[in-house]
Design a protein around this ligand. Structure first.
Ligand code: COA
Length: 152
């Protein structure tokens, strides 16, 4: 059974810092992504970038964000992270589904993402399809994937 996770859109500086704390643990400490690549200009509270934060018993345990992509109607999903202690519990899927709902409300019809190759099957289960070839980002193999948010 799914644990009592709660997922909110980030609206306060404290919630943003909680989301960044998850990303620091997962991407900077665990995956050795350099901090200057991980934290960028989209990491502020703005009307265009939507950050999500997931809590379990008031502790931050997961996050993800959606920002506008260059193509009209397309959002870019990024920085999806679940703390190691919670992986395999359905939280990653819940974060993606919450981001997709929010993206539809913002008028996006498509989501695009650069998946770490080890997570390709995770995104495929959510309906994302690979596009193009594998490429390197921060020393980690990635593949671009897209999903039509209105496909049946
Ligand atoms: N490979 C294959 N399948 C996977 C998978 C993986 N790495 N991770 C999850 N899945 C599958 C699960 O088995 C589950 O399948 P089911 O519906 O048949 O039971 C489904 O995907 C949903 O899994 P869930 O438990 O919601 O995933 P999670 O909470 O473990 O989150 C990540 C997945 C990728 C977000 C998480 O492993 C993570 O944060 N990893 C480190 C950061 C990272 O690499 N982020 C991705 C950047 S692109």
């Amino acid at each position: 059974m799914l644990k009592p996770y709660v997922i909110y859109p980030v609206k306060t500086e404290a919630a943003l810092q909680a989301a960044l704390s998850v990303r620091r643990t997962v991407f900077i400490e665990e995956q050795a992504v350099p901090e200057e690549l991980e934290i960028d200009e989209y990491d502020s509270i703005s009307s265009t970038t939507l950050h999500m934060i997931a809590y379990l018993n008031e502790q931050p345990v997961g996050t993800g964000r959606v920002r506008p992509y260059t193509e009209q109607g397309t959002g870019k999903a990024e920085r999806v992270a679940v703390l190691a202690s919670e992986r395999g519990s359905g939280l990653g899927r819940l974060i993606m589904q919450t981001m997709e709902e929010a993206a539809r409300r913002q008028g996006y019809t498509t989501l695009r993402l650069n998946a770490q190759c080890h997570a390709q099957a995770f995104y495929e289960k959510l309906g994302y399809q690979p596009v193009g070839d594998v490429f390197d980002e921060a020393g980690i193999p990635h593949i671009t994937m897209t999903k039509n948010l209105y496909a049946r």
